[in-house]
Design a protein around this ligand. Structure first.
Ligand code: ADP
Ligand code: MG
Length: 192
């Protein structure tokens, strides 16, 4: 995604995320080369897609091959052309919004195949609005959910971005005069 880079990511907005840790991740070798995964969890608007894109771009700059896709778009494509093996050429797949995959038999089985095919060989970075406990909405049965989650987490770094939506915070700040009077401070009264 254009502009969604590490340079434009405000780490102060996500205090549980260490910039040093994320920088180490963008070196790649420690995990991408080994088929490990990264999972980004958090409510909407907290920067999961931004960070996923930023990490992907940083790895492309290091010479890795990376594919960024909304999970639904990739899975729908894979239903029509069996191209899971071809995706091996990508060191990293960024699967954005995995929980938005519709509970459609063909799509979820392709998603499961994809996860199994890459297991311990190629990496994935997955973003999700919901933690694993809610992933039964993706797969047709709990056993399949468990099997998929098991494969993903065995070699994974998980970041829980449980903060307030960056989008909402930005919108509230932009509203300015509409904010409650008790939140006005001498400094911002002057600025207005
Ligand atoms: P999510 O994928 O978690 O729903 P997004 O990555 O789409 O959230 O973020 C929503 C918007 O807010 C995007 O425009 C994104 O660039 C911006 N944003 C979110 N978090 C940050 C952050 N920490 N620093 C800079 N921009 C951010
Ligand atoms: Mg997103």
């Amino acid at each position: 995604m254009p502009g969604k880079t590490l340079e434009t990511f405000d780490f102060a907005a996500v205090p549980m995320l260490s910039k040093a840790h994320v920088s180490a991740i963008t070196a790649g070798d420690s995990w991408v080369g080994k088929g490990s995964n990264i999972l980004l969890f958090g409510p909407p608007g907290v920067g999961k897609s931004h960070l996923g894109s930023a990490i992907g771009l940083a790895l492309v700059e290091k010479g890795y091959r990376v594919l960024f896709s909304r999970t639904t778009d990739l899975v729908q494509k894979l239903v029509f052309e069996s191209a899971i093996a071809k995706l091996d050429k990508f060191h990293l797949l960024v699967l954005d919004d995995i929980t938005y995959v519709t509970k459609d038999q063909a799509e979820t089985s392709v998603l499961f195949e994809l996860i199994s095919a890459r297991y311990e060989r190629r990496s994935m970075l997955i973003t999700a609005n919901q933690p694993f406990g809610e992933w039964n909405t993706i797969f047709p049965d709990p056993a399949m959910t468990l099997a998929a989650v098991d494969r993903l987490v065995q070699h994974a770094t998980i970041f829980e971005m449980n903060v307030e939506s960056y989008r909402r915070r930005a919108a509230e700040q932009a509203k300015g005069p509409g904010r409650p009077a008790q939140r006005a401070t001498p400094a911002n009264i002057q600025a207005d």
